[in-house]
Ligand binder design. Structure first.
Ligand SMILES: Cc1ncc(COP(=O)(O)O)c(C=O)c1O
Length: 373
């Protein structure tokens, strides 16, 4: 048996809507009805006033920072344990990233570490809802209010996740989503910004489309970007959003099975869902500890040989050579994130996974782990 880490869930609407856009030749990022429809429906799904499509999660993050005018001399506190796109976006703006370590349980940003890192230059907190579980947002928002900081949510992995009944992307100033092929919903490549403030929406819409002038189009209003999502991609997005409830329900079923059947294995640390949150279980992420610590490479190799795919966790910001060399961070700065980066990996978590496949993953995990202890 071969079990992949995950594939997108498509139905007939994805191709129907794309064909519809194609036959109307509404293919660019400026034409067609699917872009405004995707934005409107995604904003409604997140509970925000507006949403702006972009070409990727990375461009969403960059555009969020540009929209909030965060630039050289400004410091942004960001969760070290993330996809490096989070940090690249800060650096594109010439701002200075400050790495914040994770909580050991969830691997999300630890809000207790924020205040000691705040200086007169701090402008924003960039939280990352890692693996589909939202950050403990109340303390983050309280600190942000106290110090007059923006809050940006990197919700690339967390479409539909909840914290105290509020959806990811609706708590901070701007939410950033990815629709890359392995995300909760996908447009192949793509992204979205969510916000309540109409000024941010207008600025993001202008900047993402070369900041064309409102009078003479070619008298530009600012230094813009081409970060447009195409109408063809938005057509896929509308179809995907139409099945997000089913996707999220399948993810919960997948996670519940692993939670039950992988429990109690010595050396295997399972993910937890905190009481105030509703995780979307983007990927089922486990960590090795105790007698299994340091054995991830062998465990993953043996799983692969048995047809079970897995992927290593992110290497955090503080362990990236390109950033250490530039003096932006030191390896020892975020020990919890470093440990996750060394010991963590995710196992097959797709929406299409069957119970038979999950049973196979569990049996292979148990066998591989028992020979390694
Ligand atoms: C947490 C996080 N942030 C940002 C990104 C970047 O998104 P994209 O690949 O769409 O640029 C990803 C995933 O790829 C991610 O997982």
């Amino acid at each position: 048996m071969h079990v992949s880490v995950g594939k997108p869930l498509f139905g007939k609407e994805e191709s129907e809507y794309v064909n519809d856009a194609l036959t109307r030749t509404e293919i660019s990022g400026f034409s067609g009805t699917y872009i405004p429809r995707f934005e409107k429906e995604f904003a409604a799904f997140c509970g925000t006033e507006d949403a702006v499509t972009v070409s990727s999660g990375t461009t969403a993050l960059h555009l969020a920072l540009a929209t909030l005018k965060i630039g050289p001399g400004d410091e942004v506190l960001a969760s070290s344990f993330t996809n490096m796109a989070t940090f690249f976006a800060i650096l594109y703006q010439g701002a200075t990233p400050v790495a914040i370590d994770s909580e050991p349980e969830t691997l999300n940003m630890n809000p207790a570490l924020l205040e000691s890192k705040i200086t007169s230059k701090t402008k924003a907190i960039l939280v990352v809802h890692i693996y589909g579980q939202m950050v403990d947002m109340d303390p983050v928002m309280e600190i942000a209010r106290k110090h007059n900081l923006y809050v940006i949510e990197d919700a690339a992995e967390a479409h539909g996740a909840e914290y105290k009944g509020k959806k990811a992307g609706s708590v901070g100033d701007i939410g950033c989503f990815s629709f890359y092929a392995n995300k909760i919903i996908t447009t192949g490549e793509g992204g979205m910004l969510t916000m309540h403030n109409p000024e941010y929406a207008a600025r993001a819409r202008s900047l993402k489309a070369l900041a064309f002038g409102t009078g003479n189009k070619f008298m530009h209003a600012d230094i813009g970007y081409n970060y447009r999502l195409t109408n063809l991609q938005a057509a896929i997005g509308v179809a995907q959003l139409g099945r997000i409830d089913e996707i999220l329900s399948r993810k919960r079923t997948m996670a519940a099975y692993y939670n039950e059947h992988l429990a109690g294995i010595e050396g295997l640390r399972l993910p937890v869902e905190l009481p105030d949150t509703k995780s979307v279980w983007w990927m089922y992420n486990v960590r090795l500890e105790g007698p299994l610590a340091g054995k991830r490479a062998q465990v993953m190799k043996e799983l692969q040989a048995r047809g079970v795919e897995s992927r290593e966790d992110f290497i955090p910001f503080n362990d990236q050579e390109i950033f250490i060399e530039r003096g932006l961070v030191q390896a020892g700065d975020c020990p919890v994130a470093s440990e996750a980066g060394r010991e963590g990996f995710y196992i097959p978590s797709g929406t299409d996974i069957t119970e038979e496949e999950q049973a196979y993953v569990v049996s292979q995990m148990k066998e591989v782990i028992s020979t390694r202890i």
